[in-house]
Design a protein around this ligand. Structure first.
Ligand SMILES: [Zn+2]
Length: 627
């Protein structure tokens, strides 16, 4: 199974890259962009900066975890069958020591710094790259190297109390166990998960909570500390729980996920409120301007939600994965695939500068081509490369489409083509191309915003009456029936733009609203702050109105120039009525309370959040004051 996650049990069976092929469309275009641009971009930068040369014993360059970026790129190449894989893999394999140890930073001085060394973190990414290669194209010198490396880790760490300051190897070892059946990998992963929080690491300036070592995994109430670390650890814990049938551990992660999504997650799906420690904040501490919401934390959140979906079948996990994919993961890369957001705030007050070189920090007002800590671009590369694996799942009775996107799905004799312009359009048609002789169902997840509307009577159904779907939980289910090639079923999801308000406990955005349409979060973007977004107040008395792209080419106030994104991105813009409420400058940013007169009514044009920042420096805000 060409899939990054293949649990041995669970409610849903994942369908991998051998079962799902993306067609041109929102996600298919991004995977193509990955193959054509992003992977090569990452390769060029790492070559230029010497991170690949590190494996050739050239003077060591880059941060202590730079090896992991090369491994994530190898993983991306494996998922896409990139012809440059062999050469890069050979460079990596040549650097392995005879006992299996492989790390260009700590060779000769290994395992001295568990808090910051990232050695096991890097090993985890190496293992995932090998697993990707193994599952897509069979064994390879890299997969031999991966087994050697994993065995070295098991020999060194099976006894003792050590863990890596950055979780990652846990899920990698479980996946290697799933692939090889070698129980030591699962047992090693289980021990790494259980050792945390006893505690296993030194107390550091940021506190042990930074690396989830303040409380045992199964006793935590919510995700906390460094958001990427928290997501990766939770992924590993779910994997261990599923393989060891540890229902208590799985339930603990589910409860932590619920708490975190309910109280510690931005509208975009972004996780991590604090720049200090790149960490989660307290409950409802979700400031839009100071949101950190690292791209890798979003990717980790999608990885976790996918694992929980497979284990439990609850569509709630796919709902959150969708929110995060469209509004965080898709937002990171520029439309041309050559620069990236690291942090993803929901409010930018000052237009950024166009970065053309390595950014020394997680710049949030503009995308950068590369970073000194460059975890996000390669993480995107491997995630886009493996996107087909997130689209659909199977059960013995049929297939479940969790993320409608143009694609072809083939499983156990049933082949269907999903035809849709989602998320621009809510029409989703499923055309049967090939059908087995026994009955099957095809189900389509209904996101929460669609849950009220499309009951069976509202859906379009062509052909025989038994093609009309039934509502089962939060899915539309077509069948179960014996299908014939050529039959089409279709659903129409309601795509009207809608206002969204925050829980009042999210103090930072109290009194504000945001706009969503389908799965997309929208934002106001103002090139060079031409419409001073700090002064805008929106008028809730009229609903947000849709505008398609072309009629807005003139670049009127608040509008970005016509898009130049992927060809199948029929971007839909939204406009809302607003006015400016400028404050006079009285020497301090406070005044006697009372009504301020409104001035200058205007139409505020909103763009999907994932597209912002593609047309030069701009200010941006998702949450808009309402009055
Ligand atoms: Zn990152």
């Amino acid at each position: 199974m060409a899939n990054p996650v293949v649990p041995s049990s669970g409610v849903l069976t994942p369908l991998g890259l051998d079962a799902v092929r993306l067609d041109p469309g929102f996600w298919g275009d991004r995977r193509t962009l990955d193959q054509d641009v992003i992977i090569g971009h990452c390769l060029e930068w790492m070559d230029k900066l010497g991170w690949i040369g590190n494996f050739r014993s050239e003077p060591r360059r880059g941060r202590e975890f730079a090896d992991s970026e090369v491994y994530k790129l190898l993983e991306a190449m494996a998922w896409t069958g990139d012809r440059r894989f062999d050469e890069l893999a050979a460079t990596v394999v040549a650097a392995q020591e005879p006992d299996g140890y492989l790390n260009t930073r700590w060779s000769g001085d290994r395992y001295r710094d568990f808090e910051w060394g990232h050695e096991l973190y890097c090993a985890g990414h190496l293992i995932q790259a090998g697993v990707a290669r193994w599952r897509t194209a069979g064994e390879h010198p890299l997969t031999d190297a991966v087994r050697l490396a994993a065995d070295q880790v098991c020999r060194r760490f099976m006894e003792g109390h050590e863990v890596c300051g950055h979780p990652e190897i846990e899920m990698a070892l479980v996946e290697l166990y799933r692939l090889t059946g070698a129980e030591r990998y699962l047992e090693m992963a289980r021990r790494f998960v259980e050792r945390r929080g006893r505690p296993a690491l030194a107390d550091i300036e940021l506190g042990r909570a930074y690396f989830q070592d303040d409380v045992p995994v199964r006793r935590a109430a919510a995700f906390g500390g460094h958001a990427v670390r928290a997501m990766y650890l939770a992924c590993g814990a779910v994997d261990v729980a599923v393989e060891t049938r540890d229902a208590e551990l799985l339930a603990a992660i589910e409860a932590q996920w619920e708490h975190t999504v309910a109280r510690r997650t931005h509208l975009t799906g972004g996780m991590g409120s604090r720049h200090t420690g790149e960490s989660f904040g307290e409950d409802f501490e979700l400031p839009p301007d100071r949101a950190y919401a690292e791209t890798c934390a979003g990717i980790g959140s999608v990885m976790l939600a996918h694992r929980l979906l497979l284990a439990t079948g609850r569509s709630r996990y796919a709902d959150q994965a969708e929110r995060t994919l469209y509004n965080l993961v898709a937002a990171s890369p520029a439309l041309d695939g050559r620069s990236f957001f690291y942090a993803n705030p929901l409010h930018v007050r000052t237009p950024g500068r166009v970065a053309e070189d390595v950014s020394p920090r997680a710049e949030s007002a503009s995308r950068a081509p590369w970073f000194q800590v460059s975890c996000c671009p390669t993480n995107l590369a491997r995630t886009f490369a493996s996107l087909p694996a997130y689209v659909a799942t199977a059960t013995p009775g049929g297939i479940q489409i969790h993320h409608p996107t143009a694609c072809e799905i083939s499983h156990d004799g049933l082949t269907v083509r999903v035809e849709t312009l989602y998320p621009w359009s809510g029409s989703v048609a499923v055309r049967v191309l090939e059908a087995p002789a026994d009955p099957r169902h095809v189900s389509l997840r209904l996101p929460p915003w669609a849950a009220g509307a499309p009951h069976p009577g509202d859906t379009v159904s062509r052909g025989p009456e038994d093609l009309t779907p039934v509502r089962r939980g939060s899915a539309l289910v077509f069948g179960e029936r014996v299908w014939a090639p050529g039959e089409v079923v279709a659903a129409e999801l309601p795509m009207e733009a809608r206002w969204v308000r925050p829980d009042p406990r999210v103090d930072a955005v109290r009194g504000c609203v945001a706009v969503e349409r389908g799965p997309l979060v929208y934002c106001a973007e103002s090139p060079r702050d031409e419409v001073r977004l700090a002064e805008v107040v929106v008028d809730l008395s009229r609903p947000p109105a849709e505008r398609t792209g072309d009629e807005l080419r003139s670049g009127a106030a608040g509008d970005a120039p016509a898009h130049d994104g992927p060809p199948h991105d029929g971007v839909v813009r939204v406009e809302v009525r607003a006015s400016r409420r400028p404050e006079g400058d009285n020497g301090r940013p406070y005044a006697e309370a009372g009504d301020t007169p409104r001035e200058e009514e205007l139409t505020l044009r909103l763009v999907p959040y994932h597209r912002w920042g593609n047309h030069g420096p701009a200010t941006m805000r998702v949450w808009l004051p309402a009055g």
